[in-house]
Design a protein around this ligand. Structure first.
Ligand code: NAG
Ligand code: NAG
Length: 398
């Protein structure tokens, strides 16, 4: 007679095979904006099954049949490039083929922000490109290791003007441009309240007029960022980010971008990868938008012969629900009054019933390791997948 444990293994294996066989159907059902009573249960079953697959696969590659490329899970593409935006909601960023990660995310990402003081809320409130679309045309001219240099065309002179911003907190610089000396002030961004230094006499009238900013706009430098804990693994308690919307990184793939770019046609041809503000851009993922299913992944790379290879841990928190900013033409800073990108994406990118009216593009990501450098060509090792769903209690963007 068949033993109980043999029977159990057979049942588990059959269910596992059946779910895997039907995985496309499951994903089609789960990745829609429709809410249903049964969906949370089906998602749980589907995700348990994915976890089970992950344990089988990584055990197999670890102990039984190691892959020649050293990956433990599934190949999830490779790093194509990294983008840093030293000032939140401005420029098209600074693109690199290798870069360092700190406890805040990519080094020097979103260390500055434009803001205005709210008398009502008694704090500085950051604003984004929905209020100041022109800021996307501010250019990053260079980076010399300690300063970023920015460039814009002056209205006064009609020619290029530049200014530099230090990448690390520089109290001489702050004292020179702040009427508060080195005293930090309260700031708000989304649901986070934190502190920063107010550079209230850094921006010239010319600058504000070129970028159509309110007269009382100030530049803020983050003191020590803000806590980042929702949807972040417990063992990373204490993580902080600077002026990123909330999470350290936004991951997207070239394949997803290509799919959207193709779909928006000539009318939406102005859209660029940077319009979506990603930090970690992958390529060679299995299919467009596949990265949104990565739950845990490692980035695996090799250094010189001496230092050997490295493996760094990452996990994802939530899918990114898009605003209207990708409708801004990054060359001109003028919003498309037909909202072509939003309209096209709404047809097939509403894939999260937790945010049913938003199009999804990319996935917020947390780096577990700090003081690390990742680079172009590093491989992505998917350790576990999941179908994600935004729960209101886990939404930091309220
Ligand atoms: C931009 O700011 C407006 C208010 O000024 C806010 O309603 C909107 O949610 C913000 N969007 C993003 C993506 O920050
Ligand atoms: C970078 O540029 C700034 C501003 O021009 C300058 O003060 C700084 O010394 C430069 N740093 C390096 C490493 O060259």
């Amino acid at each position: 007679m068949m033993g109980f444990s043999t029977a159990l293994i057979l049942v588990v294996a059959t269910v596992n095979l059946a779910i895997n066989k039907l995985s496309n159907n499951f994903e089609k059902y789960l990745e829609t904006p429709k809410k249903s009573k049964y969906k949370p249960y089906i998602r749980s079953i589907y995700n348990w099954n994915l976890q089970f697959n992950a344990i089988l696969l990584t055990t197999y590659h670890r102990f039984i049949n190691p892959r020649p490329d050293g990956l433990l899970g599934e190949y999830g593409g490779e790093v194509d490039h990294l983008i840093v935006y030293p000032i939140k909601s401005a420029t098209t960023g600074f693109k690199m083929t290798q870069w360092e990660m700190t406890q805040y995310g990519l080094k020097y990402d979103r260390i500055y922000m434009f803001a205005v003081y709210s008398e009502k809320n008694q704090r500085y409130e950051g604003f984004n490109m929905s209020k100041a679309a022109k800021l996307i045309t501010l250019k990053i001219k260079s980076f010399n290791g300690t300063h970023f240099e920015f460039e814009y065309i002056s209205k006064e002179t009609g020619s290029a003007k530049t200014f530099q911003l230090p990448c690390e907190i520089d109290f001489d610089f702050i004292a020179k441009h702040s009427s508060f000396g080195s005293v930090s002030k309260p700031i708000n961004l989304w649901s986070s309240n934190f502190e920063g230094y107010i550079l209230d006499n850094f921006l010239s009238d010319d600058f504000k007029s070129v970028f159509e900013l309110p007269e009382d706009t100030v530049l803020i430098v983050s003191a020590d960022g803000k806590p980042c804990s929702l949807g972040v693994p417990k063992k990373l308690t204490g993580r902080r980010t600077m002026f990123q919307d909330y999470y350290p990184l936004l991951t997207v793939s070239q394949e997803s971008y290509n799919a959207v770019h193709k779909d928006v046609g000539t009318e939406g041809n102005y859209v660029r990868m940077e319009s979506f503000r990603p930090n970690l851009v992958l390529k060679n993922v299995a299919r467009p938008f596949d990265e949104e299913f990565y739950l845990k992944f490692d980035i695996v790379g090799t250094n010189t012969k001496k230092t050997g290879s490295y493996r760094y841990h990452f996990s994802t928190s939530m899918k990114c629900a898009r605003c209207t900013i990708p409708n801004i033409n990054p060359k001109t800073g003028v919003p498309d009054d037909k909202s072509t990108v939003s309209k096209k994406m709404a047809k097939y990118r509403r894939t999260d019933d937790g945010s049913p009216y938003s199009s999804i593009f990319g996935v917020y990501t947390v780096n577990h390791d700090v003081g690390i450098t990742i680079k172009q060509g590093d491989k992505v090792d998917i350790l576990c997948r999941a179908s994600k769903h935004l729960l209101p209690k886990d939404n930091p963007f309220r």
